[in-house]
Design a protein around this ligand. Sequence first.
Ligand SMILES: NC(=O)c1ccc[n+]([C@@H]2O[C@H](COP(=O)([O-])OP(=O)(O)OC[C@H]3O[C@@H](n4cnc5c(N)ncnc54)[C@H](OP(=O)(O)O)[C@@H]3O)[C@@H](O)[C@H]2O)c1
Length: 240
Amino acid sequence: MENENRRKVCTVGASGKLGQYLVRHALDRGYEVVGVCRERSVEKLAPFADRMTIIPGPTNDREVIRRAVAGCDAVLTVLVPWGVQQYASGTAQAVLDHAEPGARLVFSCGWHISKDGRDRYSWWFRVMVRIMTALAKLARAVEIDDQVEACRRIFASDRRWTVVRGSDLEEGESQGLPVWSRHVGDPVLASNLTRRTDFALFMIEAITDDTLIGEAPAIVGRRSPSALAHAGGTTAAAGD
Ligand SMILES: NC(=O)c1ccc[n+]([C@@H]2O[C@H](COP(=O)([O-])OP(=O)(O)OC[C@H]3O[C@@H](n4cnc5c(N)ncnc54)[C@H](OP(=O)(O)O)[C@@H]3O)[C@@H](O)[C@H]2O)c1
């Protein structure tokens, strides 16, 4: 009876670095947690195995996702552009199609994704993205364009979505909820560094923050120099 009203959260891509932080934060907040990860990675979730349900399988397998998201109030999806078989867009589409009506859908990606084309990237950032995209295509290991396609579909959907755009990431103790802006190029983001645990924290917070529905916040560490200089380290949202 005690868990009658416990809210249920599914983490898609639960075994990765970001995914494990998501699982940890969700459990800490008392959510019932379901996680999807590749069969070969189930072992990585061993520290949480007795406190969550693990559904092994490729995250772009529609049947796997349908089972995993059933009854979930929120779905947290780590969008990764692996392989050349539309892994990211297949994963996003399966979540968009099968999540419960009204569920909060929170996706992760990087700053290179733009919702409205109003982000202002440095020449260095643009060159790096082009080089990475080309090299990845050559190696046939990563399909960055497919993460762009995944986000295009999310932006076009009428679901209750948020796409959280991460800066460069580092490990380390939490610094608290990252600061965010609607557009890359905002000076508040200039430090371009966030602790991975805080990226996860932002995604977890988004579950209950309806002001983030339909937004693609670009985040930066709360204690990074640019955040301290431009937001005083006291506000979560830097706005436009
Ligand atoms: N890394 C960065 O600096 C950075 C910067 C900005 C934004 N982001 C965003 O942050 C999120 C997490 O990225 P991350 O770099 O920190 O990685 P991560 O959390 O370690 O996640 C990597 C994910 O990719 C999966 N994966 C690895 N190889 C795969 C394969 N061959 N086929 C299918 N799945 C495979 C992993 O699953 P297994 O556990 O099964 O291997 C894991 O779920 C992503 O959305 C990324 O776009 C990252």
